[in-house]
Write a protein that binds this ligand. Structure first.
Ligand SMILES: [Zn+2]
Length: 342
């Protein structure tokens, strides 16, 4: 594969990571994709719940490749009397993973305010217990970068209960090909799918199968994949590969998941994915994710009878400050490109 498609995927990942899109507030990421697909000349629509559905290829055996563009985030739960914000999490993560991260509060009238997730008593020189306490929504709060000392000050600014909070992604590309950022879950895969569409378009690949790319917007809360076009017979979630403990996936590989918390993936789809990866001599791993659920499981639970699979680039430190590598992006892109032509 021409490296320019890997570069394009990586650049798209980086651009997507920088767009705030906590679940429920994904409008800007949807807009970005709509602009990209318009430029590529692809047929697409936006569903009522904000999924971007792109159509490629012919008529046979309709297949969905789905990646999610929503991310973890937060919401203002209440404004404390001292002008700090109590938060509720959007998506699931331990609070220790957001402490000391910067954030943006997005008001419903379109304004943005900066702040930081802080422990309520964050100075080591004052609080001798700081290192020992478990972090919860009771002791991690948002400190606004505004001169506010009481609830009324914050209300006057226009910050309200129910405003979305996005976490600073701190996106960085290193010289050695690593991408470090929050929200590589699942923007790493979304970038891969965008580049796949560009490859197919520019190289005029004649696909026999009908391919839908679906960019979902409610995965982190469990129902991203719950609506798909009626003619679909198969769906592959393209989502980050888990890295850790006894798993073989790393940041350079495309990971093929055989089973996760939702049970085994379809025998034929998974076997075919493994065979394509093997034949193409890709750097891949087959793994069991002990604590993981995917969009396509939401599709099955919504009542669709389809075959299902899960693959994705290896992403370390998931739901924290994550990392992947351009080789993982490339292996995922190449596996998908071959698979859809088999
Ligand atoms: Zn994900």
């Amino acid at each position: 594969m021409d490296e320019k498609y890997v570069d394009f995927a990586v650049n798209t990942v980086v651009e997507l990571c920088k767009i705030p899109s906590p679940t429920g507030y994904t409008k800007k990421a949807e807009k970005y994709l709509q602009t990209v697909f318009k430029e590529l000349g692809c047929k697409f629509y936006r569903s009522l719940k904000g999924n971007i559905v792109v159509q490629l290829g012919g008529d046979l055996d309709p297949l969905v490749l789905a990646a999610h563009i929503d991310t973890l985030g937060g919401m203002v739960r209440s404004i404390k009397s001292n002008g700090r914000l109590r938060i509720t999490n959007v998506g699931s993560y331990p609070f220790v993973l957001i402490e000391n991260e910067d954030c943006i509060i997005h008001t419903r009238d379109g304004r943005e305010f900066e702040g930081t997730f802080k422990h309520i008593d964050p100075a080591v020189h004052v609080n001798g217990n700081l290192g020992k306490e478990e972090r919860t929504d009771k002791n991690v709060e948002v400190v606004l970068d505004e001169k506010v000392n009481k609830r009324e000050d914050v209300e006057e600014l226009g910050v309200s209960v129910g405003d979305f909070i996005s976490i600073d992604p701190r996106t960085k590309m290193t010289k050695k090909g690593f991408i470090k950022s929050r929200h590589l879950d699942d923007k790493a895969s979304a970038g891969v799918l965008v580049s796949l569409a560009r490859y197919i378009k520019e190289n005029k690949i004649d696909l026999k199968r009908k391919i839908y790319l679906i960019f979902t917007t409610y995965e982190e809360v469990g129902h991203g994949g719950s609506c798909i076009p009626d003619d679909v017979v198969e769906m592959i979630s393209v989502d980050m590969g888990a890295v850790g403990d006894d798993l073989k996936t790393d940041e350079y590989k495309v990971s093929i998941c055989a089973k996760d918390s939702g049970g085994p993936y379809d025998y034929d789809v998974t076997t075919k994915l493994i065979n394509v990866a093997k034949n193409e001599k890709l750097n891949y791993a087959v793994d069991i994710y002990p604590s993981y659920g995917s969009d396509v499981e939401a599709t099955l639970r919504a009542g669709y009878e389809i075959k299902h699979g899960l693959i994705g680039p290896g992403v370390s430190a998931s739901h924290g400050y994550e990392r992947t590598h351009r080789e993982g992006i490339k292996n995922t892109l190449e596996l998908l490109l071959k698979y859809i032509q088999e």
